[in-house]
Design a protein around this ligand. Structure first.
Ligand SMILES: *Cc1c(COP(=O)(O)O)cnc(C)c1O
Length: 220
């Protein structure tokens, strides 16, 4: 079932890419496995999926070390908010951290990456809708935050956003693409189960798809 769902999502990504005149291989599918058990991840791995996203450090730590040991080519993305007291675990476990959003976190990550000599790729999360309750840097602060990263020796690969739930995502995807272009950043992580074809149309290099692959989440 997960294998079939993965095939469907990949086909829709490829269709959207071709319709936009893009190479389907220029879009990476991040399978978001949060709340789903390791067995569901294992099923996706058996179907050929290698890139996964989790939004909580503790949950990923419980689920992924064994899977990563068995599959060294597995790539794990942190897509949820990161607290500074979880930076050590995050740097140890994740290959990409998509939720960098404030100077304090830049300092903590830089210190830890030097200390352990492991360098996950970094994306800045942008709060494109300027929602008070949502994580992410204010769009007006992104250029400055990139400067802070440079001062601390951190390279930013790109940007990530989660548009407001009920809004048309297109203007948010466009804003993210413009911010990235202005700063010479190649990676654009945008698009979820409800809107990933639109995101591919707008230039996404990474789409983060959960429920369309693993089914509905049960938060108990
Ligand atoms: C949960 C989550 C997703 C996946 O959401 P779906 O709608 O299930 O595809 C993508 N990005 C982030 C940051 C998430 O927390």
């Amino acid at each position: 079932m997960i294998g079939q769902a993965l095939a469907t999502v990949k086909a829709r990504i490829a269709d959207a890419a071709r319709a936009a005149g893009r190479d389907p291989d220029s879009v990476t599918l991040v399978a978001v496995s949060k709340t789903h058990p390791a067995e569901a991840v294992a099923e996706a791995i058996r179907a050929g999926q290698r890139v996964f996203g989790e939004n909580r450090v503790q949950e990923a730590k419980a689920k992924f070390p064994e899977l990563k040991e068995a599959h060294p080519d597995l790539e794990l993305h942190l897509i949820g908010p990161l607290q500074t007291n979880k930076v050590r675990d995050a740097v140890a476990l994740f290959d990409v951290i998509e939720s960098l959003d404030r100077p304090k976190l830049v300092r903590a990550l830089a210190d830890e990456m030097v200390r352990v000599g492991r360098r996950p790729r970094l994306l800045i999360q942008v709060n494109t809708g300027r929602e008070a309750q949502k994580a992410g840097a204010d769009p007006d602060h992104v250029d400055g935050l990139i400067q802070v990263c440079r001062q601390y020796g951190l390279t930013i690969a790109g940007l990530m956003c989660i548009p407001p739930a009920e809004a048309d995502p297109s203007p948010h995807f466009r804003m993210l693409a413009e911010l990235a272009a202005r700063n010479g950043l190649a990676v654009l992580s945008m698009g979820m189960s409800g809107d990933y074809p639109v995101a591919v149309q707008a230039g996404a290099t990474h789409v983060r798809v959960g429920s369309a692959i693993f089914g509905a989440r049960d938060y108990g």
